[in-house]
Design a protein around this ligand. Structure first.
Ligand code: ACM
Length: 531
C-alpha cells in the first residue's frame, strides 16, 4: 500500500511537472521535457564537482535540501549530479543543463554560468502548487545564454533607509531570475548613507532626519565600510556585482549640509525632507569639491571591487544651475576655460569639466569605468563611459547619443523600468507627486533592443535596470512589493531572446514562482491577475 501511494505521488508530481513551465527568464533552447524518463531525486548517490565550484556546490546542497528534502545523498543511489566548466561555451554566463534518469549535468563557461544552471534546475523543481517536495523531474536539455550583460536592480537607501540585513534579503531573490548587478544609490539630498572615514560629518550630521513628505517617522542609518565589504562578498556568492553611486553635482544636499564649503555660497543648508529636486549643487570652481570627491572615491574603490562606479549626473540642470551663474569662483573658472557664452549653456560646460576631471581620476587611479544618468543637455558621453537612459519618453535620444559617441548604454526608461511607480491606480498610500502607473503588462512590452538595428544591440546595449527610488517605499516589505513581480519581467527582458518571450506565456510561467515566493514569505504585488 505504502509503495502504491508513493508511486501515485510520483505520477502526480510528474504530471504537474510536465505542464509546469516555470522558467523565468525563459531559456534560449529547451527540448520538450520527456515525462516518461524521470529523474528520481532520492536516487542521487553522488555529486561530482571541481573545488573551484565549491560555492556552486553549496547552492546545490541548499536546493536539494529545500526542494527535494535531501540532506544526505543516498548511499545506494545510482544517479549523479555533475557540475563543471565548459570553456567552449560562447558567453561567460552561458550554461547547459541536462537532466535524465541517470542524473543532472550542468556546465557553465564560468562559475556564474554553473550558478545560472542551478537556478534553472531549482525552478524546474518547483511544482504548480509550489509547496510539495519534488520527487521527480522529467528529462530535459537546456542550452542558455544571456541577451544582455548587465541586469540590474537599483536600490535607494537614501530617502528611506534600508538596514543592512534587510538590504541583503533582495540579493538571493534577484539572483533567482539571473539578475547580476545591484546598484546602490548611496547619497542624495535627503541623506548620506556610506561611512567615509575622511569625512565623519557625512554620517554624524547627514544620516538622520525626521520625515519624508507626509511620512513623519525618524529615518536614520548608514552602512559601515565593513558592512559594505561584507555585502560585496555576500553578493559575489550569488554572482551579483555591487555598483556604488555617488551623485554629482546635484542630489548632494546631504554632503553640503555636512560640509558647506562644497557649494558656491558656503552656507549650511538643511537636509531635505521632501522629494523633488534641489537647487543646491557642488561648486565646480572650488578645489575642495575635487579634493572631497577624490577622497570619497579613494575610499569607495577600496570597498567596491566592481569595475563600474556611478557618478549620478541627473537633474542638475533643472532649473538650470543658477547658483553657478552668480558664483565668483565659477566665473573665474569660466574665464580660465575660455567659456564666454551667457545663455547657461556654459553651465553644462562647467558640468562637463567637473565630470571630465572625476572620470580621469577614476580611470587613471582606480581603473574604473564611470557611469552616469543621461541628460539631453549633456550631449557628450565620454569615451568608454556607460550612460543610463532613464527619462520617460527620451530613450531614443539617449540611444542616439550612445551610438554617436560609441558608448555603452543601460536602459531603464521610466515608463517601463521605474519599479517605485505604482503598479495600479491608487496603489500608493503615501505622497505621490504624480508618478505614472506602470502595470505589469506594460513592463512586459519593454524590449531592450528598442526596435533598433542589430548593430545597436551588438555595439551599444550593455543591459537593463529596474529602479527602486524610495521616496514612497517606507519599509523593506514595500520594497519587495514594488519590485516583484515586475523585476522578474525586467530580468527576462534582459536575459531572454525576444522571440522566446510572450506575455500570456510569462503569466503562466511566473505563477508557480510567485506562489513559491509567497510560501517563502516574500512580499509581492497582487496587481497582476493572480488574485
Ligand atoms: C533619476 O530618476 N533622477 C535618475
Amino acid at each position: 500500500m505504502k509503495k502504491t501511494l508513493a508511486y501515485i505521488a510520483i505520477i502526480i508530481c510528474a504530471l504537474q511537472q510536465s505542464v509546469a513551465q516555470n522558467l523565468v527568464p525563459v531559456p534560449l533552447h529547451v527540448t520538450k521535457p520527456d515525462t516518461t524518463m524521470l529523474l528520481v531525486w532520492k536516487n542521487i548517490g553522488t555529486i561530482t564537482c571541481p573545488h573551484t565550484l565549491a560555492n556552486e556546490r553549496e547552492h546545490l546542497t541548499r536546493i536539494l535540501c529545500e526542494r527535494a528534502d535531501i540532506t544526505r545523498l543516498n548511499p545506494n543511489g545510482t544517479a549523479c549530479i555533475t557540475l563543471g566548466i565548459d570553456t567552449t561555451l560562447t558567453d561567460d554566463e552561458a550554461y547547459t543543463l541536462h537532466i535524465d534518469p541517470n542524473g543532472v549535468k550542468i556546465s557553465g563557461k564560468t562559475p556564474a554560468g554553473v550558478f545560472y544552471g542551478l537556478m534553472t534546475m531549482e525552478q524546474l523543481m518547483i511544482d504548480n502548487h509550489a509547496s510539495a517536495v519534488c520527487l521527480t523531474t522529467p528529462s530535459v536539455d537546456i542550452i542558455d545564454a544571456p541577451r544582455t550583460h548587465i541586469r540590474e536592480l537599483m536600490v535607494d537607501p537614501c530617502r528611506i533607509f534600508l538596514p543592512y540585513e534587510r538590504l541583503k534579503e533582495i540579493v538571493p531573490e534577484m539572483a533567482r531570475y539571473k539578475m547580476n548587478s545591484i546598484h546602490l544609490h548611496l547619497v542624495d539630498d535627503q541623506a548620506w548613507r556610506i561611512e567615509i572615514k575622511s569625512y565623519p560629518r557625512l554620517i554624524s550630521e547627514s544620516s538622520t532626519r525626521t520625515g519624508m513628505d507626509d511620512m513623519q517617522m525618524p529615518i536614520s542609518g548608514y552602512y559601515t565600510q565593513e558592512q559594505m565589504k561584507d555585502f560585496v562578498q555576500y553578493c559575489a556568492k550569488y554572482h551579483v556585482m555591487v555598483i556604488p553611486e555617488i551623485e554629482m553635482p546635484g542630489h548632494e544636499v546631504a554632503a553640503i549640509h555636512a560640509y558647506p564649503q562644497l557649494t558656491c555660497h558656503s552656507r549650511q543648508v538643511p537636509i531635505r525632507t521632501i522629494c523633488g529636486v534641489s537647487n543646491e549643487l557642488l561648486c565646480p570652481g572650488n578645489e575642495f569639491t575635487y579634493t572631497f570627491l577624490g577622497n570619497v572615491f579613494r575610499e569607495l574603490a577600496d570597498i567596491f571591487p566592481c569595475k563600474y562606479i556611478h557618478l549620478g549626473g541627473d537633474e542638475a540642470g533643472n532649473p538650470a544651475l543658477d547658483c553657478w551663474t552668480s558664483c565668483e569662483k565659477d566665473q573665474q573658472l569660466k574665464r580660465r576655460l575660455g567659456i564666454t557664452t551667457e545663455d547657461r549653456s556654459e553651465n553644462w560646460r562647467l558640468q562637463k569639466y567637473m565630470f571630465d576631471r572625476m572620470i580621469d581620476t577614476l580611470r587613471t587611479k582606480y581603473d574604473k569605468v564611470p557611469m552616469f544618468w543621461y541628460e539631453t543637455d549633456f550631449k557628450e558621453i565620454q569615451e568608454g563611459c556607460v550612460t543610463f537612459a532613464w527619462r520617460h519618453g527620451l530613450t531614443q535620444v539617449a540611444i542616439d547619443a550612445a551610438m554617436r559617441n560609441n558608448a555603452k548604454i543601460i536602459l531603464c526608461p521610466g515608463e517601463y523600468c521605474y519599479l517605485d511607480y505604482p503598479m495600479a491606480v491608487g496603489d500608493m498610500p503615501e505622497t505621490n507627486w504624480g508618478m505614472p502607473v506602470v502595470p505589469l503588462e506594460k513592463v512586459y512590452e519593454f524590449d531592450p533592443g528598442w526596435n533598433m538595428e542589430k548593430e545597436f544591440e551588438q555595439k551599444n546595449l550593455l543591459g537593463i535596470a529596474g529602479t527602486l527610488w524610495s521616496e514612497c517605499i517606507n519599509s523593506p516589505e514595500r520594497l519587495f512589493y514594488q519590485a516583484f513581480p515586475r523585476a522578474m519581467i525586467l530580468a527576462e527582458a534582459g536575459w531572454s531572446s525576444k522571440n522566446n518571450r510572450s506575455w500570456p506565456n510569462f503569466k503562466r510561467r511566473a505563477r508557480p514562482l510567485m506562489l513559491d515566493m509567497q510560501r517563502r514569505g516574500i512580499t509581492f504585488s497582487m496587481e497582476c491577475g493572480y488574485k
